[in-house]
Write a new protein. Structure first.
Length: 257
């Protein structure tokens, strides 16, 4: 018998042996997704005296140092510490639960008069209205269209990527969404003079900071994963930082009679 998970007065079954990984991997080299002018991920072999941390080079074990920038390399999850001066506000302290019901919605951004591509609240609302169950659970996953496979390795820096309008962040807060996942480098414009309007709106910072709320950026949801409800597992490293490389994983939900 499959395990079950309760949501909105109903019980849903899911198969833990059928995960859908929507993270992008961290690997060295130039052909990995990158944004905000971060250096590429780098793996360095440790050498101490006669020891070399590479079995291929004659060492007894592989032993490497990893150089990465969470906000610029691969899929990452962040808390409101990203825009707060308080060093105690870390993702490892804010994210204390890891399983959530999530709704996946696919929306095409619209060109604006200034040439920007922006995901608009009205289009998200229309996409939600088209789903049989329009409720918004704790987590919301945004897949932008077209779903170009090049998202897996795109070099976003200096390209003014798609972002969301702040009204969408406010809408998610009003409907109790705690975890927002999207396949873009940021919820805000690449260069916006430090306003970060969607970040501030989603975390309600500084007026009433939403301590447990997170944003996960640079995911990739394959085309074969249909819009709808899923069980979401957000996996992070236990770094005491505002952000961490992360591995969000989905499980299809099926309503039980």
């Amino acid at each position: 018998m499959l395990p079950t998970y309760p949501y909105a007065g109903r019980t849903y079954a899911f198969d833990p042996a059928a995960p859908i990984d929507i993270s992008l991997p961290l690997a060295p080299g130039e052909n990995q997704v990158n944004c905000f002018w971060a250096e590429p991920v780098q793996f360095d072999t440790i050498r101490v005296g006669s020891f070399v941390g590479s079995v291929a080079l004659g060492g007894s074990t592989n032993y490497q140092r990893v150089h990465l920038t969470p906000h610029g390399n691969g899929t990452h999850t962040e808390c409101y510490g990203h825009i707060s001066p308080d060093p105690a506000v870390t993702l490892n302290q804010c994210l204390r639960r890891f399983l959530f019901v999530a709704r996946l919605v696919s929306v095409a951004p619209r060109p604006q008069p200034n040439g920007d591509l922006v995901v608009l609240l009205a289009d998200v609302q229309a996409a939600l209205a088209a789903q049989p169950d329009r409720s918004l659970p704790e987590a919301f996953i945004l897949r932008t269209l077209p779903n170009d496979p090049a998202k897996r390795h795109r070099q976003y820096s200096g390209t003014n990527p798609t972002y969301i309008e702040p009204a969408l962040a406010e809408f998610l807060v009003e409907h109790g969404v705690q975890h927002f996942l999207l396949d873009l480098p940021s919820v805000d414009r690449e260069e916006d003079a430090g306003q970060l309007l969607a970040h501030h709106a989603f975390w309600q910072y500084p007026a009433q900071p939403r301590y447990a709320a997170t944003i996960t950026e640079l995911i990739f949801v394959p085309d074969e994963v249909a819009d709808g409800l899923y069980l979401l597992n957000i996996q992070i490293t236990s770094l005491e930082l505002d952000a961490s490389p992360s591995k969000p994983v989905l499980y299809r939900l099926s309503a039980q009679a």
